[in-house]
Every structure is written in structure tokens, then in C-alpha cells.
Design a protein around this ligand. Structure first.
Ligand code: BV8
Ligand code: ZN
Length: 307
């Protein structure tokens, strides 16, 4: 149990800034909490349930096989939400850190494309679980790397509707409102093999992450000791993402820094000397924590994302 003295050291911004200014090799592991301030629900928060379906259950090949219409509505809704959302100062702060620190690498579990829209240098960004805006064939190698059609097809139009009456839940989200049946023939099919369905280019539970990306991350971690790991807005419950912070730790050298709205006693208890914990909204904390290196976060100058 971290004593109050050590708790003070663990959450001291001046001590953190001192370490940051000496840190060249920095890894970030980000989760849904990073995009919360952009209005996107987290998995553990409001986003955990979608029409009384557990989001984690819908993010599986089994769910897609069982009811591709339902799963496509789920993803079409998240595409719509992510398209209407904007990157927040935390996304811009990480992007600026990448420009100021060539030794910075950002691993994100988020599929909302907000890092990319915040102009995060692509060679310093690994999207561990893919993107809502990549489409691929369920069977052949056809892929559309960047598709922002909203709705994606007429059958998925309910997912792109804005809420007629904000006092009521969006009909699509109201489990009491039956969903129009979507026939497989109405869903997007692969333009190459014609017969197979398209699916969202995200990594579902039970599916392997991209091998080349995993090798690239391993190589980066192995190359030299890591000075700092920023663990931002994640419940660290999904692997392999949840294993990288400790994987990158070199005893006595690496500071693991937790930035989260909620840091549990258990989390504090797990921290080691030299680690840090900052409790609060990532979009407010990251610009302040990274200021000595990135200066004032300008934000909002969103670049047109080419396909
Ligand atoms: C795989 C894409 C090979 C789709 C996602 C080892 C041990 C145990 C299990 C496993 C293991 N290895 C593999 C597994 C199985 C599984 C797994 O980890 N299961 C878990 C549930 C135990 N892993 C896999 O299946 C992976 N594949 O390993 O393949 C294999 C296969 C089978 C068996 C062995 C090996 C694939 C995992 C990827 C799944 N796809 N997303 C989609 O998005 O629809 S995961 C998805 O859920 C997200 O991408 C993310 O990873 C996760 C949600 O977590 P978070 O992002 O952290 O969000 P959460 O809501 O949980 O937490 C938000 C946090 O933010 C909270 O802490 C909150 O306090 C904080 N917060 C909130 N607001 C703010 C904030 N913080 C700051 N500011 C705020 N404003
Ligand atoms: Zn195909």
C-alpha cells in the first residue's frame, strides 16, 4: 500500500515533468477513456451495453456469423458517432509529443480514427485493434482502407439518423423498439468475390492482431530501454494491449504513468517507485502533463484525411 508520502510523489507533476524532460524513449498505451471527452462512450461506461447487448459479445466473429445485420448496425452506429466526434486536446497532445520526440510510439486500442484526424504521425502510431473506417471481405483479401460512407448502405440508414427527440433515447438504441429485420442480401458484399459479406476492419475477440504490427512493436521495445510508458484511459483488461506497460518496463529505469479518470487503491498499490498516477480527464491532464515538451496544445486544426 503506497504511503501518503509516496502517494504524493506518485502524483507530483513537478517530479513527473523532471522525468519527462529526461525521457526520449516513450511508449503510450491508450484506450477508450482517451476519446471519452470527444463524446464517445467507453466499453466499461455507457458504451458497454448496446441495445442490451454487451459490446464485447457483439465484437466477435461468432456474433457476426449469427446475426450480421445486428453486428453491422452496431458498427454502423459507432462509425456514425466517430465521424460526428472530433479529436480532443489529448489526441493533439500525443500527436505533438510524437513530433517533438522521435523516440515516442503510441499504441492505441481505439478504432475511432481520432488519432489520425489529430494528425498523429502514422509511423509513430499503432492501431492495435484496427479501424471502424477500414472495410474488408470476410473471406478473400479484399480491403478498403478508408471508407467513411455514412450510411454505408440503405439497410444501415437507421444507424446514421440523428435523434429526432433528444429527450428520448435514439430509437435504434432503445431495446424496447424492435429493429427492422436486415436480410444478408441488403448488407455490403465484397466487390471482388461478390458472394461474401464485407465486415468492419477491426480485430474481434479471439482474432489475432496484425502480425507485422506486433513484430514491429516487439522490435521497438527490444531496441533500447524505455524511459516512460503512458497508460491513458484504459482499464487494461484486454490482451495483448494490457501487457505492454509491464513488458516495456526496465526496473529502475522506466516510469509507468497511469492517466485515468479513476485510479483504484489497487492500482496505486501496484505502482513502483518512480511511477506516477494522475486521476482525471485525459483531455485536461495530458496537455498539462506534456506541456514542458509540447508547449500549448493548439488542437482543432484538423487535416483532411486522405484515403
Ligand atoms: C488475441 C476492437 C490471439 C473491436 C477490441 C490473456 C489473458 C486473458 C485473455 C486473453 C489473453 N490473451 C488473449 C486473450 C483473449 C482476449 C482478451 O484479452 N480477453 C479479455 C476480455 C480478458 N484477447 C483477444 O481476443 C485478442 N486476440 O489475443 O488473439 C488469441 C486468441 C484467443 C486466445 C488466445 C490468443 C483481441 C482483443 C481485441 C478485441 N477487440 N476492439 C471493437 O472495438 O468493437 S477490444 C476493445 O475493448 C477495445 O479496443 C479495448 O481494447 C477494450 C476496451 O478497453 P478500454 O479501451 O480500456 O475501455 P474500457 O471502457 O474498458 O475502459 C475505459 C477506461 O478509461 C476506464 O479505466 C475508465 O476509468 C477510463 N476513463 C473513462 N473516461 C475517461 C477515462 N480516463 C481518462 N479520461 C476520461 N475522460
Ligand atoms: Zn471477397
Amino acid at each position: 500500500m503506497a504511503s501518503s508520502a509516496s502517494r504524493a510523489a506518485l502524483s507530483s507533476i513537478p517530479l513527473f515533468h523532471e522525468k519527462l524532460l529526461k525521457s526520449n524513449r516513450i511508449l503510450a498505451v491508450c484506450g477508450a477513456g482517451l476519446s471519452a471527452a470527444s463524446g464517445l462512450p467507453t466499453f466499461r461506461g455507457a458504451g458497454g451495453l448496446w441495445r442490451n447487448h454487451n459490446a464485447v459479445d457483439l465484437a466477435t466473429p461468432e456474433a457476426f456469423d449469427a446475426d450480421p445485420g445486428l453486428v453491422w448496425l452496431f458498427y454502423a452506429y459507432r462509425r456514425h458517432m466517430a465521424l460526428t466526434a472530433k479529436p480532443n486536446p489529448a489526441h493533439y497532445a500525443l500527436a505533438e509529443l510524437a513530433r517533438k520526440r522521435p523516440g515516442f510510439k503510441c499504441l492505441s486500442q481505439n478504432v475511432d480514427n481520432l488519432h489520425v484526424r489529430a494528425n498523429h504521425p502514422s509511423d509513430q502510431l499503432s492501431l492495435l485493434h484496427g479501424s471502424l473506417f477500414t472495410l474488408k471481405c470476410t473471406t478473400c483479401s479484399w480491403k478498403d482502407l478508408y471508407n467513411i460512407a455514412d450510411p454505408l448502405c440503405p439497410a444501415l440508414a437507421p444507424a446514421a439518423e440523428s435523434n429526432p427527440d433528444p429527450t428520448k433515447p435514439l430509437p435504434l438504441l432503445d431495446p424496447a423498439q424492435p429493429l427492422a429485420e436486415i436480410k444478408e442480401s441488403e448488407l455490403p458484399h465484397c466487390p471482388d468475390c461478390k458472394t461474401e459479406l464485407q465486415r468492419p476492419g477491426v480485430v474481434w475477440f479471439g482474432e489475432m492482431l496484425d502480425e507485422d504490427m506486433l513484430d514491429d512493436i516487439e522490435e521497438w521495445i527490444e531496441k533500447e530501454p524505455v524511459d516512460m510508458v503512458l497508460v491513458v484511459g484504459t482499464s487494461s483488461a484486454v490482451y495483448p494491449a494490457a501487457g505492454y506497460a509491464e513488458r516495456a518496463r526496465t526496473k529502475g529505469r522506466t516510469s509507468v504513468v497511469t492517466v485515468n479518470l479513476e485510479i483504484t487503491e489497487e492500482d496505486w498499490g501496484r505502482m513502483r517507485k518512480g511511477d506516477f498516477g494522475f486521476e482525471g480527464d485525459a483531455s485536461l491532464l495530458l496537455p498539462e502533463l506534456l506541456r514542458p515538451v509540447i508547449g500549448e496544445v493548439k488542437g482543432e486544426e484538423e487535416e483532411e484525411v486522405e484515403g
